[in-house]
Write a protein of this length. Structure first.
Length: 330
């Protein structure tokens, strides 16, 4: 059993990352099944827009946890629905914070924002945060993620968002300082909206913008503390024994190291194993052997597990248990 996949203090979070088509969903589903059979209450969540977690379990899934077997629950998040909910949350907050700007048609701007670069990453991060906030309901939470590039951007967001938020708090404090200075000279600044009188906030406790920024900072800090804690989070990279997959996994390893996110295990999937040499695929076998050697060299500080290419596609609980036993080390 791999200790870095087991809960230590609170729940354990495991991210399965990798290129599309390498078997990431199968590997994450297989690992979740074994962990559940070990008695850990496990939730596996697909945050990949191209869901096939339900196909692997051979059940229909949605955005609510569905029981697969004892201790194992699975769900697939609807990214389009997540983005709409995220934008609605932003819209409601802005309307509350800037009531004196109700003359502006905010809906029009949010329609455009839904197509903006980065919105999918922020919506995904928000979904992860909401799941982690309910983490005490589970022993282990496994995320079956989108292809590597998007996943790395999402995992980098807490650090980036924290920097931006701290800068915005600093700017907002300067604005409030200047408002108080003007109040000392001209008195309180008031205005009317739809017959109601409002005072322009000049202190942090009464300023909804500052309160929102401080609240968001705590939310981001919560996620960052979990995903950078080696006792709470593990990243498992799934790859095939091919050079392009190796390069991508190596880049992911370096990126995660930069953001101090624990990277613990490489699963080399679909490894061809032959009892005797077949001349027609000798070139392929030589290439695979070379890649496997490179993996050993480049990931000396990381566990490596090989999963063979099976005679049929691993679907259903029987096959998943077989694959999961190899990954978890049972």
């Amino acid at each position: 059993m791999k200790a870095y996949l087991m809960p230590k203090k609170g729940f354990r979070t495991i991210f399965f990352i990798g290129k599309g088509g390498v078997g990431k969903t199968t590997s994450s589903a297989a690992a979740s099944l074994i962990l559940a059979k070990k008695g850990y209450k496990t939730l596996i969540v697909s945050i990949d827009p191209a869901h096939n977690l339900g196909d692997v379990f051979m059940v229909k899934l949605n955005d609510k946890p569905k029981r697969i077997v004892e201790n194992l629950y699975a769900m697939e998040l609807d990214m389009e629905k997540l983005i709409k909910a995220y934008l609605k949350h932003l819209e409601d907050n802005l309307k509350h914070m800037y009531r004196y700007l109700t003359v502006i048609n905010l809906e029009k701007y949010f329609e455009v924002l839904s197509f903006s670069p980065g919105i999918e990453e922020y919506a995904t991060l928000e979904a992860i945060r909401e799941i982690l906030q309910k983490g005490d309901e589970w022993d282990i939470i496994i995320f079956d993620t989108p292809p590597t590039g998007l996943t790395l951007r999402v995992l980098a967001l807490p650090n980036i968002a924290m920097i931006w938020t701290e800068k915005l708090i600093e700017v907002r404090r300067k604005i409030l300082d200047r408002r108080r200075a003007i109040e000392n000279i001209q008195g309180e600044r008031k205005f009317r909206i739809e017959g109601e009188e409002y005072k322009l906030p000049s202190r942090e406790k009464e300023d909804p913008v500052m309160q929102e920024l401080l609240s968001y900072k705590e939310e981001i800090k919560f996620v960052r503390e979990i995903i950078t804690d080696e006792n709470r989070t593990s990243v498992v990279a799934v790859m095939n024994a091919e050079m392009l997959a190796l390069y991508e996994t190596e880049r992911a390893h370096e990126s995660l190291k930069k953001f101090k996110i624990p990277f613990n295990l490489v699963v080399v999937n679909k490894v061809i194993e032959l009892e005797e040499e077949i001349p027609k695929i000798k070139v392929r076998m030589d290439a695979q052997k070379k890649v496997l050697g490179e993996i050993q060299q480049k990931f000396k500080d990381v566990d490596i597990v090989r999963v063979p290419m099976f005679e049929e596609e691993p679907r259903g609980l029987k096959w998943l248990e077989r694959v999961g036993g190899l990954i978890i080390g049972d």
